[in-house]
Design a protein around this ligand. Sequence first.
Ligand code: GDD
Ligand code: MG
Length: 371
Amino acid sequence: MKAVILVGGEGTRLRPLTYSTPKPMVPILNRPFLEHMLSYMKSHRIDDVILALCYLPDHIRDYFGDGGDFGVKLSYVVESSPLGTAGAVKNVAQHLDETFFVFNGDVFTDMNLSEMLETHRRKSAKATIALTPVDDPSMYGVVETDADGRVKRFVEKPRREEATTNMINAGTYILEPSLLEYIPSNENYMFERGLFPLLLERGEPFYSFSSQAYWIDIGTPEKYMKVNNDLLTGKIATDFPGSVHKKNVWAEEGHKIHPKANIDGPVVIGRDCFIEAHARVVGPSVIGPHCYIGAGSLVEKSIVWHNVAIGKDTKIRQCIIADAVNIGEGCDIAAGCIIGNNASIEDNALLSPETKIMPGTEISASHSSGC
Ligand code: GDD
Ligand code: MG
């Protein structure tokens, strides 16, 4: 079965992480988000995948190649400027000659795609959209349906008081190739504001598939932290990388954890990590591969990416630290800080809550900075 994954967005709400790492490559339990997504799709027999790229395409292409290592066939189509969600699908139309799925490339879910396909076929739909309930629908596409599941109205990001239901567009569609004719070529055009309202106007058979499964859009720091925490605490089933180091602590090969270090799970530790004596890692936390945590330091409820060095007696709480960041000794990095790739934090620096540090920035002890 074929699918298009929309992975062209700039991930603006995840900045500064996404200045140098595209959203699909943001790690979840030390694997790029897209790797989790491909394995989920494969479990529903979707194995021929076209990636519609625009922003930082090489990061994705270099990692996934032809898809062979991940058990799927991957093709890449790069837009020279963003074509919008539907325009991006039109742009790969040459690959689409049978019923196909479309996925927003930033949704973590375990909804049943096989059942969704059955619903699409049973209703003889030309388009089927997956729906999920959320608390605040105003950040999403709100979808009204009739008793038979037929879509009656689609409103993208309505004001809170205008949302008539909490069932929203879950970012997964099944489409018949004949619908591609409605989408203009080489033009920025969106499903949400263009094609879906048009299908309703034309009376095309446009149906919904409602699911109560786990569902989250990882596109903000809070949601990105939440999906990691939900996996670590078992709210959604997953295979943990590496082997069990102790209860609720999983570590990949090559790690050196000092017997006097204190790891308080749930924690995942990447390969070749070095954790010194009296360092504490408190879960839910993820430590990426090749990280160093100095003696007496604390990393609590945080996500640390690849190749991060943390000096001794430093405290990091509820933070996201991107690749190759250097943090000195005696620092205090307060809750909600996000530190971009290759940033460097000098000894004894204090960062106030919610500080965001741009990639490559050097922060001195007397200074706390934002972006
Ligand atoms: N190739 C390509 N080109 N991809 C794009 C483009 C583009 O021009 N614009 C956005 N995308 C991709 C993004 O990378 C992302 O994977 C997906 O399309 C959705 O874009 P977001 O920017 O994340 O949209 P959103 O989260 O605000 O809203 C969308 O998703 C919600 C569910 O999470 C909408 O589809 C809502 O209706 C929906 O409820
Ligand atoms: Mg999104």
